[in-house]
Design a protein around this ligand. Structure first.
Ligand code: ZN
Length: 114
């Protein structure tokens, strides 16, 4: 069997010290939380990702000279910046810095779907 890709969940927001809740996948108590605040063991989330290869994926944002990397599914993904769209990360483009950004584009970090 291939190795299951591990999630980078180093951010403290994944650990709820106030309470354990039943894992949404295995039902056993866990203090761990997904980005959507689902109670889930990290290993259960990693196994779910591996078992659902057709789920919408998230990727690192596009940048010149850097290949985008798969960082997990929309449901369970790594910490850090990821693409803001569900299914079409390939059409995300960065603004041409020579042209002024349209009004309101600044809060999207120059990313938009074509
Ligand atoms: Zn679990």
């Amino acid at each position: 069997m291939d190795a299951v890709p591990l999630l980078d969940w180093g951010d403290s927001s994944h650990f709820d010290a106030r309470a354990t809740r039943p894992c949404c996948l295995c039902g056993k108590p866990t203090p761990m939380r997904s980005h959507a605040d689902e109670a889930v063991h990290k290993v259960c989330a990693e196994e779910w990702n591996a078992a659902h290869p057709d789920e919408p994926r998230r990727y690192t944002p596009p940048a010149p000279g850097r290949t985008q990397h798969d960082v997990g599914t929309w449901r369970f993904h790594n910490d850090g910046p990821t693409t803001p769209t569900l299914r079409r990360p390939a059409v995300i483009t960065r603004h041409n810095p020579q042209r002024p950004a349209p009004a309101g584009a600044g809060d999207q970090d120059g990313l938009f779907a074509a």
